[in-house]
Design a protein around this ligand. Structure first.
Ligand SMILES: Cc1cc2nc3c(=O)[nH]c(=O)nc-3n(C[C@H](O)[C@H](O)[C@H](O)COP(=O)(O)OP(=O)(O)OC[C@H]3O[C@@H](n4cnc5c(N)ncnc54)[C@H](O)[C@@H]3O)c2cc1C
Length: 319
């Protein structure tokens, strides 16, 4: 019987596993993907997330910082890059010792995964359903027909969480009315913007930018849109350039220097507020519990905070 089973090996699940490892709590993590591929584009990590990495292991924080790019300021600007607000990050540096940074999602996932014992991470296992044997244990069934018994379940299985659907069948995902394209451009941004995380706001359009590493810049583009629209991939560069034609020239340069194979499109949805995230010994974390739209750059950071607080709470219960 497993003590605790984590379902989902995204940011939330992997960081929960790292917290359990630090606290000496026995667990197994089950992820449906056969391999943890370098998916996605960039992500911002704000000090609330970095504090958790520092707590897990200061060397882990350094490794993450070394592979990303730290900001001196966070700028919100109009479509022509004229500042609306510019938040100097010195206060965060003074208070925490570091500021918000950007990193490639794939690089972050690789570092987290490589810091965990492989025997505790079971890839290629897709959660199907669970049932409660008695107050003490659960049976989890996987889509390949196998099953396990466990004392507790952590649902870190993302916005479309199967665990949440069972736990709170009335929970609802709503479309935000926005579609989002993300990419990493082979492009070195001007030196004066290299340490700035910035977003340009136009009419019903938003474009976010941050340098990730030498010669690589992450961007995301958000547009009001009907849901489930498909792109004609071959013409995508032209479509995006046209969409942002009134924006500052940096936007054009970034789109032009991104391979269409590296542009991902997703509709942005969020979860209607849940008033509870757990029942008995089953608990949701991250997007499974409280997904938000990406403008705040906080969804992953909130999943990381969940991992910290839940693991420390469990530790206190076990003591
Ligand atoms: C465009 C965009 C930009 C963003 N930018 C930022 C940012 O800058 N900073 C930030 O903090 N956040 C950002 N976010 C939000 C962030 O990506 C999410 O909040 C974060 O990934 C949530 O992590 P999670 O572990 O809860 O879920 P996920 O990352 O979705 O991971 C869920 C995992 O569960 C697995 N899984 C699903 N179902 C099953 C199953 N049945 N069985 C087994 N495994 C399963 C999946 O394969 C996946 O690996 C952004 C989001 C978007 C869309």
């Amino acid at each position: 019987m497993n003590n605790i089973s984590i379902i989902g090996g995204g940011i939330g699940g992997l960081v929960t596993a790292l917290c359990f490892k630090k606290l000496g709590i026995a667990y197994k993590l089950y992820e449906r993907a056969e391999t943890l591929k370098a998916v996605g584009a960039g992500t911002w990590l704000s000090p609330n997330a970095l504090q958790v990495f520092e707590w897990i292991n200061p060397a882990l924080l350094r490794e993450i910082q070394n592979l990303g790019n730290t900001f001196n300021s966070i700028l919100v600007a109009n479509h022509q890059l004229n500042p609306i607000s510019n938040s100097n990050q010195d206060f965060a540096k003074k208070r925490y010792g570091y500021t918000t940074m950007a990193i490639h999602r794939g690089a972050l996932q690789r570092i987290l995964y490589s810091s965990l014992p492989k025997e505790d991470i079971i890839l290629g296992k897709e959660f199907k359903q669970y049932s409660q044997n008695n107050n003490e244990s659960y049976k989890i069934e996987f889509t390949d027909g196998s099953h396990i018994h466990t004392h507790a379940i952590i649902g870190a299985d993302g916005i479309h969480s199967g665990i949440r659907k069972q736990l709170f069948p009335k929970s609802r995902i709503r479309y935000s009315g926005q579609s989002c394209w993300r990419g990493v451009a082979d492009y070195e941004i001007d030196a004066n913007l290299a340490s700035v995380g910035f977003t340009l706001w136009g009419k019903k359009l938003q474009f976010g930018v941050s340098k990730l590493e030498q010669g690589k810049t992450y961007w995301f583009a958000v547009k009001l849109s009907k849901p489930k629209q498909k792109d004609d991939k071959t013409g995508l560069t032209v479509i995006l350039i046209e969409m942002f034609s009134e924006f500052h020239s940096v936007v054009n340069a970034l789109i032009e220097n991104t391979s269409i194979h590296n542009i991902i499109r997703n509709d942005l949805s969020n979860l209607e507020l849940l008033h509870k995230w757990h029942s008995n010994n089953t608990c949701l974390i991250g997007d499974a519990a409280h997904n938000i739209t990406p403008d705040l750059g906080q969804g992953g950071a909130q999943a990381i905070e969940d991992a910290y607080y839940l693991s420390n709470f469990i530790m206190k219960q076990l003591a």
